[in-house]
Design a protein around this ligand. Structure first.
Ligand code: SF4
Length: 341
């Protein structure tokens, strides 16, 4: 897939002269992209578009470079100890995106310039937990690889973590443009994970992200570059024929990755979930969606801040967990399933 290119870029004044701000400005000049000003990365108004669908499309082509104000890092269970944001939102438009719940009203892509401040904060959090190693997730508010060709932030962050003794980084992506990360010093401190799914899910619900084959080729490259590797099977959707399709997906993964020497691979299994807030936004933006979101067919689960999420009924979730666990054990005897949620 071609690399994402925004139609317009807004800058907060303080972000312009950060390393990231300068890189984005250079990119805009080279590609002849309109540059505008905003007082806050949280308030960009007057984006073009007559209706909700058109406004959403315009927002997904809008990039904002800002300064991240809060340096308080949130806990990020079960995948890490803490999460931090290099960006919020992403150029992709997956119909099931978990960000609809929290970022539904502001789908434009935001990236942050104050990386030095962020790295200081990360170092302080690590210091507080010594002698334990602290794990950080960099992709829970967006997909940083989707904008890496514009910001270079992920490369900087991986290099920062390569210098740390007691801090580890985890990243997850649905993109494949990993080439700028292959020759850098990562020191084995970043586990790079790819989010993969059945052909049905990718074809019907994932838009403006790379296809499975490109992701698998990218994973192969990262394995060869010595990165610890992982895969998120997420969201697991129990569509017609799901068993056959998830088996085919794991067979394809085995063909690409199974024989890599560093094949201690982690797997994270996340069943599909939705909140009522997300369901309403998804149905407005994707009126013909085939995503099944009938609360009557789901069980409730309470998430962060008392939010109610709808997940599969217990017996269905258990069946999916057992089935996928058996397949992973068969194809990846050294694989490690970290959680099913
Ligand atoms: Fe959301 Fe991830 Fe898809 Fe981006 S790639 S739209 S963050 S699910």
């Amino acid at each position: 897939m071609e690399l994402w290119q925004p139609d317009r870029v807004y800058f907060e004044a303080d972000a312009r002269n950060t390393v990231v701000g300068k890189r984005v400005k250079e990119y805009c000049l080279e590609k002849n992209i309109e540059m505008l000003e905003t007082t806050s990365h949280n308030q960009v108004r007057n984006l073009p578009g007559e209706d909700e669908k058109a406004k959403y499309a315009a927002a997904k082509k809008t990039l904002i470079v800002g300064i991240k104000k809060s340096m308080k890092l949130e806990v990020c269970k079960p995948s890490a100890d803490y999460q931090f944001s290099l960006m919020t939102n992403c150029p992709g438009s997956c119909e099931y995106c978990y960000l609809f719940t929290t970022q539904g009203k502001k789908p434009y892509v935001r990236v942050y310039g104050n990386l030095d401040e962020l790295y200081n904060t990360i170092d302080q959090y690590i210091e507080k937990k010594l002698p334990h190693t602290t794990m950080f997730e960099a992709a829970s508010t967006g997909d940083p690889l989707g904008v890496e060709h514009i910001t270079g932030s992920l490369k900087d962050t991986i290099e920062h973590f390569s210098t740390l003794k007691s801090g580890k980084l985890r990243v997850v992506t649905k993109y494949a443009a990993v080439d700028p990360l292959l020759d850098i010093n990562h020191n084995g401190n970043t586990r790079f994970r790819f989010s993969i799914n059945s052909n049905y899910v990718i074809k019907n619900f994932e838009h403006n992200v790379d296809n499975l084959w490109d992701r698998l080729r990218a994973a192969e490259k990262m394995a060869k570059a010595g990165y610890p590797l992982g895969f998120l099977i997420a969201p697991i959707i129990l569509h017609d024929g799901w068993k056959i399709e998830y088996k085919e997906m794991l067979e394809a993964l085995h063909r690409h990755i199974g024989l890599q020497p560093n094949s201690f691979i982690t797997f994270e299994l996340i069943q599909h979930r939705f909140t009522m807030n997300a369901k309403n936004i998804i149905e407005e933006r994707f009126p013909n969606t085939r995503l099944e979101m009938d609360p009557e067919k789901r069980q409730k689960k309470w998430g962060k801040y008392g939010r109610v999420k709808y997940v599969y009924e217990k017996h269905e979730a258990e069946e999916a967990k057992e089935y996928l666990t058996d397949l992973i054990k068969k194809y990846f005897p050294n694989g490690h399933i970290q959680y099913f949620t």
